[in-house]
Design a protein around this ligand. Sequence first.
Ligand SMILES: [Zn+2]
Length: 153
Amino acid sequence: MEGKRTGFRVRWGDVLLLCGILLLAIGLWLALCLFSSPGAVAVVTLDGEEVARLPLDTDCQTDIQSSYGTHRVVVQDGTVAVTEAPCPDLICVHHAPVSRVGETIICLPCKLVVTVMDGNSVRLPSEGRSQQPVGQAPDRWVGQWKEKREVSL
Ligand SMILES: [Zn+2]
């Protein structure tokens, strides 16, 4: 009887420990959700200049004209995707739709960038770089693009 009670106490300790771990996991998950909240707006830039801003809560599409041709940017079911592009590699078209804040679709040949931002952000991550000479791709974007490619390959 005494032994059984001791056994029970140990098991309750295990249960408490498991509960603690579970709570910690839930806390971490909540923190992750807060820091990568669903995006509210897709900002389209062409060569560093903002050309369109599409709310992700409304299905819509827009055609972006560049010197290379037309990109079609489509918002559907809270995600944004590039469905048509004049670039030869079509990496931007094959990119999965994005919806989380900070996610981007980049068309390197055409210097078109679609960035998901939360509705409160009015500044682009690239802001302050608009002084860049026309015709130069921002190095940071090229780096991100390469990283993304390496990850997806
Ligand atoms: Zn492209």
